[in-house]
Design a protein around this ligand. Sequence first.
Ligand code: PLP
Length: 346
Amino acid sequence: MNFPAPSRLRLDGAALVANWKIMARLSGSAATGAAVKANAYGLGARDVVPRLWAAGCRDFFVAHWGEAEEIADLIPVQHIAVLNGVCRDDVRQAAVLGAVPVLNTPSQIALWRAAGGGRCHVMIDSGMNRLGVGAEQLHDGLFDGLDVDILMSHLASADEQSPQNAMQLERYRRISEGLTCKRRSLANSAGIALGPDYHFDLTRPGLALYGGVAHSTLGDSIRQVVLPQARVLQTRKVASGAMVGYNATYIAEHEMTTATMAIGYADGYYRAFSNRGFVCVKGIDCPIVGRVSMDLITVDVTSIPSLSEGDWCDIHFELPSASHISGVSQYELLTGLSHRAERYWI
Ligand SMILES: *Cc1c(COP(=O)(O)O)cnc(C)c1O
Protein backbone atom coordinates (compact mmCIF):
# COMPACT_ATOMS: atom_id res chain seq x y z
CA MET A 1 0.00 0.00 0.00
CA ASN A 2 1.14 3.48 -0.69
CA PHE A 3 -0.99 6.02 1.14
CA PRO A 4 -0.66 9.60 -0.02
CA ALA A 5 0.66 11.78 2.82
CA PRO A 6 -1.64 14.63 3.91
CA SER A 7 1.34 16.96 4.19
CA ARG A 8 3.95 17.40 1.51
CA LEU A 9 6.79 19.63 0.33
CA ARG A 10 6.68 20.99 -3.17
CA LEU A 11 10.27 21.48 -4.32
CA ASP A 12 11.04 23.68 -7.31
CA GLY A 13 13.99 22.30 -9.30
CA ALA A 14 14.05 25.24 -11.72
CA ALA A 15 14.27 27.69 -8.80
CA LEU A 16 17.10 25.66 -7.24
CA VAL A 17 19.11 25.79 -10.45
CA ALA A 18 18.27 29.47 -11.03
CA ASN A 19 19.52 30.29 -7.51
CA TRP A 20 22.78 28.42 -8.15
CA LYS A 21 23.22 30.32 -11.40
CA ILE A 22 22.68 33.64 -9.62
CA MET A 23 25.36 32.69 -7.11
CA ALA A 24 27.63 31.63 -9.98
CA ARG A 25 27.12 34.93 -11.77
CA LEU A 26 27.78 36.90 -8.56
CA SER A 27 30.92 34.84 -8.01
CA GLY A 28 32.43 36.34 -11.16
CA SER A 29 35.46 34.42 -12.36
CA ALA A 30 35.48 32.13 -9.31
CA ALA A 31 33.96 28.67 -9.65
CA THR A 32 30.81 28.05 -7.62
CA GLY A 33 30.30 24.95 -5.50
CA ALA A 34 27.35 23.89 -3.35
CA ALA A 35 26.94 23.03 0.32
CA VAL A 36 24.73 19.93 0.34
CA LYS A 37 25.36 18.86 3.93
CA ALA A 38 22.48 17.80 6.17
CA ASN A 39 20.73 16.17 3.23
CA ALA A 40 20.97 19.38 1.20
CA TYR A 41 19.57 21.43 4.10
CA GLY A 42 16.65 19.00 4.39
CA LEU A 43 15.51 19.09 0.75
CA GLY A 44 17.07 15.73 -0.20
CA ALA A 45 20.69 15.54 -1.36
CA ARG A 46 19.95 12.78 -3.87
CA ASP A 47 17.52 15.09 -5.66
CA VAL A 48 19.58 18.27 -5.34
CA VAL A 49 23.02 17.02 -6.37
CA PRO A 50 22.20 15.76 -9.90
CA ARG A 51 20.33 18.98 -10.69
CA LEU A 52 23.29 21.13 -9.66
CA TRP A 53 25.77 18.84 -11.40
CA ALA A 54 23.77 19.21 -14.63
CA ALA A 55 23.86 23.00 -14.15
CA GLY A 56 27.66 22.88 -13.99
CA CYS A 57 28.47 22.64 -10.28
CA ARG A 58 31.57 20.54 -9.62
CA ASP A 59 32.36 21.03 -5.93
CA PHE A 60 29.95 19.58 -3.36
CA PHE A 61 30.38 19.96 0.40
CA VAL A 62 28.91 17.61 3.00
CA ALA A 63 29.67 17.42 6.72
CA HIS A 64 29.71 13.65 7.39
CA TRP A 65 31.20 10.68 5.56
CA GLY A 66 27.77 9.03 5.60
CA GLU A 67 26.45 12.03 3.68
CA ALA A 68 29.22 11.60 1.11
CA GLU A 69 28.39 7.91 0.74
CA GLU A 70 24.72 8.78 0.27
CA ILE A 71 25.48 10.67 -2.96
CA ALA A 72 28.65 8.83 -4.06
CA ASP A 73 26.94 6.89 -6.85
CA LEU A 74 25.47 10.05 -8.41
CA ILE A 75 28.61 11.97 -9.34
CA PRO A 76 32.35 11.22 -9.53
CA VAL A 77 33.21 10.85 -5.86
CA GLN A 78 36.32 13.04 -5.96
CA HIS A 79 33.99 16.03 -6.41
CA ILE A 80 32.61 15.56 -2.89
CA ALA A 81 34.37 17.27 0.05
CA VAL A 82 33.74 16.22 3.66
CA LEU A 83 33.90 19.24 5.96
CA ASN A 84 34.33 17.39 9.25
CA GLY A 85 37.56 15.81 8.02
CA VAL A 86 38.80 12.49 9.37
CA CYS A 87 39.14 10.86 12.76
CA ARG A 88 40.80 7.61 13.77
CA ASP A 89 37.51 5.71 13.40
CA ASP A 90 36.72 6.71 9.83
CA VAL A 91 40.01 7.55 8.11
CA ARG A 92 40.52 4.10 6.54
CA GLN A 93 36.99 3.90 5.14
CA ALA A 94 37.29 7.53 4.02
CA ALA A 95 40.33 6.72 1.92
CA VAL A 96 38.44 3.79 0.35
CA LEU A 97 35.33 5.84 -0.47
CA GLY A 98 37.39 8.42 -2.35
CA ALA A 99 35.54 11.58 -1.32
CA VAL A 100 38.00 14.25 -0.23
CA PRO A 101 38.45 15.21 3.43
CA VAL A 102 38.67 18.80 4.59
CA LEU A 103 41.46 18.47 7.18
CA ASN A 104 40.85 20.72 10.15
CA THR A 105 43.65 20.06 12.64
CA PRO A 106 47.32 19.05 12.64
CA SER A 107 46.33 15.60 13.92
CA GLN A 108 43.78 15.18 11.11
CA ILE A 109 46.60 16.03 8.72
CA ALA A 110 48.83 13.42 10.36
CA LEU A 111 46.06 10.79 10.21
CA TRP A 112 45.48 11.43 6.53
CA ARG A 113 49.19 11.27 5.78
CA ALA A 114 49.48 7.99 7.70
CA ALA A 115 46.54 6.58 5.72
CA GLY A 116 48.40 7.26 2.47
CA GLY A 117 47.94 10.98 2.05
CA GLY A 118 47.18 12.34 -1.37
CA ARG A 119 44.56 14.82 -2.40
CA CYS A 120 42.81 16.69 0.39
CA HIS A 121 41.43 20.07 1.33
CA VAL A 122 42.48 22.08 4.38
CA MET A 123 40.42 24.41 6.57
CA ILE A 124 42.26 27.33 8.12
CA ASP A 125 40.79 29.24 11.04
CA SER A 126 40.82 32.94 10.21
CA GLY A 127 39.08 34.21 13.33
CA MET A 128 35.86 32.26 13.83
CA ASN A 129 37.49 29.92 16.33
CA ARG A 130 35.27 27.02 15.39
CA LEU A 131 36.93 24.51 13.09
CA GLY A 132 40.22 24.73 11.24
CA VAL A 133 43.98 24.79 11.68
CA GLY A 134 44.93 27.83 13.74
CA ALA A 135 47.47 30.32 12.40
CA GLU A 136 49.75 29.47 15.32
CA GLN A 137 49.66 25.76 14.37
CA LEU A 138 50.99 26.33 10.86
CA HIS A 139 54.62 25.42 10.36
CA ASP A 140 56.98 24.44 7.57
CA GLY A 141 56.45 20.87 6.49
CA LEU A 142 52.90 20.62 7.89
CA PHE A 143 51.56 19.74 4.45
CA ASP A 144 54.49 17.54 3.37
CA GLY A 145 53.33 14.48 1.46
CA LEU A 146 49.86 15.97 0.92
CA ASP A 147 48.31 17.28 -2.24
CA VAL A 148 46.24 20.23 -1.00
CA ASP A 149 43.54 21.18 -3.47
CA ILE A 150 41.25 23.70 -1.70
CA LEU A 151 42.68 25.79 1.11
CA MET A 152 39.60 27.24 2.71
CA SER A 153 38.38 29.30 5.59
CA HIS A 154 34.91 30.25 6.78
CA LEU A 155 33.36 33.63 7.60
CA ALA A 156 31.62 34.06 10.95
CA SER A 157 29.59 37.21 10.26
CA ALA A 158 29.18 37.47 6.49
CA ASP A 159 25.44 38.07 6.93
CA GLU A 160 26.15 41.26 8.86
CA GLN A 161 28.02 44.46 8.16
CA SER A 162 30.76 43.63 10.59
CA PRO A 163 34.42 44.62 10.78
CA GLN A 164 35.08 40.92 11.39
CA ASN A 165 34.61 40.28 7.65
CA ALA A 166 37.52 42.47 6.55
CA MET A 167 39.57 41.16 9.46
CA GLN A 168 39.02 37.54 8.43
CA LEU A 169 39.64 38.36 4.76
CA GLU A 170 42.96 40.00 5.62
CA ARG A 171 44.02 37.16 7.89
CA TYR A 172 43.00 34.47 5.39
CA ARG A 173 44.83 36.23 2.59
CA ARG A 174 47.98 36.57 4.63
CA ILE A 175 47.95 32.94 5.78
CA SER A 176 47.04 31.45 2.41
CA GLU A 177 49.74 33.35 0.53
CA GLY A 178 52.36 31.48 2.50
CA LEU A 179 50.91 28.03 1.76
CA THR A 180 50.84 25.81 -1.29
CA CYS A 181 47.46 24.80 -2.65
CA LYS A 182 45.61 24.57 -5.95
CA ARG A 183 42.57 26.67 -5.07
CA ARG A 184 41.52 29.12 -2.39
CA SER A 185 37.95 29.46 -1.06
CA LEU A 186 36.40 31.71 1.60
CA ALA A 187 32.82 32.72 0.82
CA ASN A 188 29.51 31.08 1.75
CA SER A 189 26.22 32.54 0.40
CA ALA A 190 26.45 35.77 2.36
CA GLY A 191 30.18 36.02 1.69
CA ILE A 192 29.52 36.07 -2.06
CA ALA A 193 27.50 39.26 -1.55
CA LEU A 194 30.49 40.92 0.14
CA GLY A 195 32.12 41.38 -3.25
CA PRO A 196 34.94 40.11 -5.47
CA ASP A 197 37.65 40.40 -2.80
CA TYR A 198 35.96 37.51 -1.01
CA HIS A 199 35.56 35.17 -3.99
CA PHE A 200 39.08 33.78 -4.60
CA ASP A 201 38.95 30.61 -6.79
CA LEU A 202 35.80 28.95 -5.48
CA THR A 203 32.68 29.98 -3.58
CA ARG A 204 30.56 27.64 -1.40
CA PRO A 205 26.93 28.77 -1.24
CA GLY A 206 24.36 26.71 0.64
CA LEU A 207 21.40 28.64 2.02
CA ALA A 208 20.87 30.83 -1.06
CA LEU A 209 20.49 27.77 -3.31
CA TYR A 210 17.51 26.65 -1.25
CA GLY A 211 15.77 30.01 -1.22
CA GLY A 212 17.37 31.60 1.83
CA VAL A 213 18.37 35.22 1.75
CA ALA A 214 21.56 35.52 3.76
CA HIS A 215 22.31 39.09 2.81
CA SER A 216 19.97 41.99 2.05
CA THR A 217 21.49 42.63 -1.39
CA LEU A 218 20.41 39.16 -2.53
CA GLY A 219 16.79 39.71 -1.53
CA ASP A 220 15.12 40.29 -4.87
CA SER A 221 16.82 37.68 -6.99
CA ILE A 222 16.66 34.50 -4.90
CA ARG A 223 13.63 32.32 -5.63
CA GLN A 224 11.66 30.23 -3.16
CA VAL A 225 12.40 26.52 -3.57
CA VAL A 226 10.49 24.84 -0.73
CA LEU A 227 6.73 25.12 -0.31
CA PRO A 228 5.00 23.05 2.40
CA GLN A 229 1.43 22.06 1.57
CA ALA A 230 -1.26 20.46 3.72
CA ARG A 231 -4.72 19.04 3.28
CA VAL A 232 -7.80 20.45 4.96
CA LEU A 233 -9.18 17.81 7.33
CA GLN A 234 -12.12 19.77 8.70
CA THR A 235 -13.79 23.15 8.50
CA ARG A 236 -15.96 24.42 11.33
CA LYS A 237 -17.87 27.42 12.60
CA VAL A 238 -16.33 28.93 15.69
CA ALA A 239 -18.50 31.18 17.84
CA SER A 240 -17.40 34.55 19.11
CA GLY A 241 -15.55 34.02 22.39
CA ALA A 242 -14.69 30.36 21.66
CA MET A 243 -11.20 29.07 22.39
CA VAL A 244 -9.05 27.49 19.72
CA GLY A 245 -6.33 24.87 20.15
CA TYR A 246 -4.06 23.75 23.00
CA ASN A 247 -4.03 26.03 26.02
CA ALA A 248 -6.60 28.31 24.41
CA THR A 249 -4.03 30.79 23.17
CA TYR A 250 -6.56 32.13 20.68
CA ILE A 251 -10.04 33.37 21.51
CA ALA A 252 -12.31 34.23 18.59
CA GLU A 253 -13.20 37.91 18.55
CA HIS A 254 -16.15 37.26 16.25
CA GLU A 255 -17.87 34.29 14.69
CA MET A 256 -15.50 32.73 12.20
CA THR A 257 -14.84 29.71 10.02
CA THR A 258 -11.67 27.78 10.73
CA ALA A 259 -9.98 25.02 8.80
CA THR A 260 -7.87 22.36 10.47
CA MET A 261 -4.97 21.29 8.24
CA ALA A 262 -2.69 18.27 8.39
CA ILE A 263 0.69 19.79 9.17
CA GLY A 264 2.39 20.40 12.50
CA TYR A 265 5.65 20.49 14.31
CA ALA A 266 6.27 16.80 13.63
CA ASP A 267 6.55 17.83 9.96
CA GLY A 268 8.99 20.58 10.90
CA TYR A 269 6.40 23.36 10.94
CA TYR A 270 7.44 24.81 14.26
CA ARG A 271 5.31 25.86 17.22
CA ALA A 272 6.94 29.28 16.81
CA PHE A 273 4.38 29.86 14.02
CA SER A 274 1.51 29.62 16.53
CA ASN A 275 -0.77 32.69 16.12
CA ARG A 276 1.87 34.16 13.75
CA GLY A 277 2.22 32.09 10.59
CA PHE A 278 -0.22 32.06 7.73
CA VAL A 279 -1.49 29.87 4.94
CA CYS A 280 -2.26 30.85 1.38
CA VAL A 281 -5.76 29.56 0.67
CA LYS A 282 -7.00 30.06 -2.90
CA GLY A 283 -4.67 33.05 -3.25
CA ILE A 284 -5.57 34.73 0.04
CA ASP A 285 -3.31 34.83 3.11
CA CYS A 286 -5.16 33.37 6.09
CA PRO A 287 -3.74 33.56 9.63
CA ILE A 288 -2.98 30.59 11.82
CA VAL A 289 -5.05 30.82 14.98
CA GLY A 290 -4.00 29.06 18.17
CA ARG A 291 -1.08 26.73 18.71
CA VAL A 292 0.63 24.69 16.06
CA SER A 293 0.28 21.14 17.37
CA MET A 294 2.13 17.95 16.44
CA ASP A 295 0.06 17.04 13.39
CA LEU A 296 -2.31 19.96 12.91
CA ILE A 297 -2.75 23.69 12.51
CA THR A 298 -5.95 25.73 12.69
CA VAL A 299 -6.45 28.57 10.23
CA ASP A 300 -8.98 31.40 10.04
CA VAL A 301 -10.59 30.86 6.62
CA THR A 302 -13.66 33.02 7.15
CA SER A 303 -12.98 34.82 3.87
CA ILE A 304 -12.84 31.56 1.84
CA PRO A 305 -16.34 30.03 1.92
CA SER A 306 -15.54 27.68 -0.97
CA LEU A 307 -12.82 25.79 0.94
CA SER A 308 -13.68 22.13 1.51
CA GLU A 309 -12.33 19.11 3.31
CA GLY A 310 -9.61 17.45 1.24
CA ASP A 311 -8.42 20.68 -0.42
CA TRP A 312 -4.66 21.37 -0.47
CA CYS A 313 -3.32 24.67 0.87
CA ASP A 314 0.09 26.34 0.59
CA ILE A 315 1.78 27.09 3.90
CA HIS A 316 3.62 30.41 3.83
CA PHE A 317 7.32 29.50 3.97
CA GLU A 318 9.14 32.25 2.14
CA LEU A 319 12.31 31.95 4.19
CA PRO A 320 13.29 35.52 5.11
CA SER A 321 9.78 36.46 6.22
CA ALA A 322 9.00 33.06 7.77
CA SER A 323 12.19 33.44 9.79
CA HIS A 324 11.22 36.96 10.82
CA ILE A 325 7.72 35.84 11.85
CA SER A 326 8.85 32.80 13.82
CA GLY A 327 12.18 33.95 15.19
CA VAL A 328 13.68 30.70 13.86
CA SER A 329 16.71 31.03 11.57
CA GLN A 330 16.26 30.31 7.87
CA TYR A 331 18.76 27.46 8.24
CA GLU A 332 16.74 25.80 10.99
CA LEU A 333 13.47 26.23 9.12
CA LEU A 334 14.97 24.21 6.25
CA THR A 335 16.87 21.57 8.17
CA GLY A 336 13.95 21.04 10.56
CA LEU A 337 11.63 19.83 7.79
CA SER A 338 10.93 16.22 8.68
CA HIS A 339 10.58 13.22 6.45
CA ARG A 340 6.96 12.63 7.33
CA ALA A 341 6.04 15.27 4.78
CA GLU A 342 6.29 13.74 1.32
CA ARG A 343 8.68 15.53 -1.05
CA TYR A 344 7.82 16.09 -4.69
CA TRP A 345 9.80 17.99 -7.32
CA ILE A 346 8.37 20.12 -10.04
C1 PLP B 1 27.54 25.30 5.50
C2 PLP B 1 28.80 25.85 4.97
C3 PLP B 1 28.79 26.66 3.83
C4 PLP B 1 27.51 27.19 3.22
O1 PLP B 1 27.03 28.24 4.02
P1 PLP B 1 25.68 29.06 3.68
O2 PLP B 1 25.65 30.12 4.72
O3 PLP B 1 24.56 28.10 3.82
O4 PLP B 1 25.82 29.57 2.31
C5 PLP B 1 30.01 27.02 3.29
N1 PLP B 1 31.18 26.65 3.87
C6 PLP B 1 31.21 25.89 4.99
C7 PLP B 1 32.52 25.53 5.58
C8 PLP B 1 30.04 25.48 5.58
O5 PLP B 1 30.08 24.76 6.70
